[in-house]
Design a protein around this ligand. Structure first.
Ligand code: GLY
Length: 417
């Protein structure tokens, strides 16, 4: 006798109903609605979009779609597809910073509140819109997560084109990183090159060593053809490999919610590494009864506190969006017993949206450097950037000390942070 997947699904549903699980869920949902922090039945919340700073340019258009009745997940995808398609956003999609072998690998996941479905893909090569592929996983399969080569073949099977994701700029930044980390192999200028210098120099004060290293790296960036107004940013990416990402949570006036997160992950990671972004419950979590949350930042740390799920559960138990997010950040601090020497090398931002339209953006640190606070984007009828509420005073990754970026260069580049 064969037992098909359809039989399994049918029997599971019937079993659950017979055991009264469905009825329990309904009465729980009703109780949730009267708990603090939940919209009363009948209240129509303000349609709201919340996302990471790099979604700003795409939110106005997405909000128009939301107002005309588009599905909340499709609205979220409309936002995150912008940075995915943008070759100059090197944290997501096309032009994302590659792994240590110079290959771009993308991660994404999504949750569709109204139908309580979820999809995820990890370590996908050669496909730019992995946000859409994560949705396709639940549309076209009975699975939740596909990774690597299987995920790429699936994407092609459902109609996504293969393309090279490594832009010339990202390749040059990778090459700069490769050369910088290379005083024991054959990458980088050879001994006959005029710019070669011995790896071990006489003892000097740390600050001076770093000033020289940064200057040397900037010179190599120029030699590699990285454009002048991006050289400092490229050096920063080499010394402090970023984990940029975009998350977006969406609420409509029927109180339907969805969330989506997409990334190229930690720059120069080991091939096959996946961070928090494609992990349901870490990079993104949406519960139609409560709210939605997502994350950008140090993926390894966020996985260990199941950040997005923790936040939604905190709200379920009555915490405000801000307190729910700050609590998840405190769990990261707890994992290091509050050791600031370690914590300064990580950062985390959460984007939180409750079912009644209340929202918050919170971050572990104030930003990466003075004058660049963490911000998030919100649209609930008015599009704006807001400064995230930090848990810790000060800035992550403020070492090594970078020289001040001249104002005229700052004006020219969105990505100097
Ligand atoms: N948060 C993105 C990553 O760590 O991959």
């Amino acid at each position: 006798m064969t037992f098909s997947r359809r039989d399994f699904v049918k029997n599971s549903v019937l079993g659950a109903v017979a055991a009264g699980v469905g009825a329990g869920a309904t009465s729980n949902a009703h109780a949730e609605n009267s708990a603090p922090g939940h919209a009363s039945p009948g209240d129509a919340p303000k349609p709201t979009i919340i996302c990471a700073h790099n979604g700003f340019a795409y939110v106005e258009g997405a909000y128009a779609s939301l107002k005309s009745g588009a599905d909340t997940l499709d609205v979220g995808i409309q936002v995150v597809k912008g940075p995915e398609d943008d070759p100059n956003d090197d944290s997501v999609g096309l032009g994302g910073l590659p792994n240590e072998e110079g290959v771009v690998e993308l991660d994404a996941c999504c949750m569709h509140g109204p139908t309580r479905r979820a999809g995820a893909v990890g370590a996908v090569r050669n496909i730019v819109n992995v946000s859409m592929v994560s949705k396709a996983v639940f549309q076209h399969t009975g699975h939740v997560m596909l990774v690597g080569e299987g995920a790429e073949r699936f994407a092609v099977a459902v109609g996504f084109p293969r393309q090279n994701l490594l832009t010339d700029r990202s390749r040059k930044i990778w090459l700069l990183w490769k050369e910088f980390n290379s005083d024991r192999d054959w990458w980088g200028p050879g001994i006959a090159d005029p710019s070669w210098h011995p790896p071990v120099e006489e003892p000097k004060p740390q600050a001076e060593v770093w000033r020289e290293r940064i200057e040397h790296l900037r010179q190599r960036a120029a030699d590699l053809g990285i454009e002048p107004d991006f050289q400092t940013a490229a050096v920063r990416r080499v010394l402090l490999p970023p984990t940029g990402t975009i998350h977006c949570s969406v609420l409509n006036e029927k109180a339907e919610m969805s969330g989506i997160t997409t990334t190229s992950g930690l720059a120069f990671k080991l091939p096959g590494r996946v961070g928090d972004s494609p992990i349901i419950g870490a990079g993104c979590y949406t519960d139609q009864d409560v709210g939605s949350a997502g994350a950008t930042g140090s993926g390894e740390e966020n996985i260990k506190v199941a950040g997005a799920h923790t936040i939604v559960e905190n709200m379920r138990h009555g915490m405000s969006p801000k307190d729910a997010g700050i609590d998840a950040l405190k769990r990261i601090v707890r994992n290091y017993n509050g050791d600031m020497t370690r914590l300064r090398y990580m950062d985390m931002s959460y984007y939180v949206l409750r079912k009644d339209g209340a929202y918050a953006g919170v971050s572990l640190w104030e930003g990466y450097s003075a004058g660049h606070p963490h911000t998030f984007v919100v649209h609930d009828g008015t599009l704006r950037r807001e400064v995230a509420t930090p848990l810790l005073k000060g800035f992550s990754q403020e070492w090594p000390p970078f020289p001040t970026i001249p104002e005229e260069l700052k004006k020219n580049s969105e990505y100097l942070k």
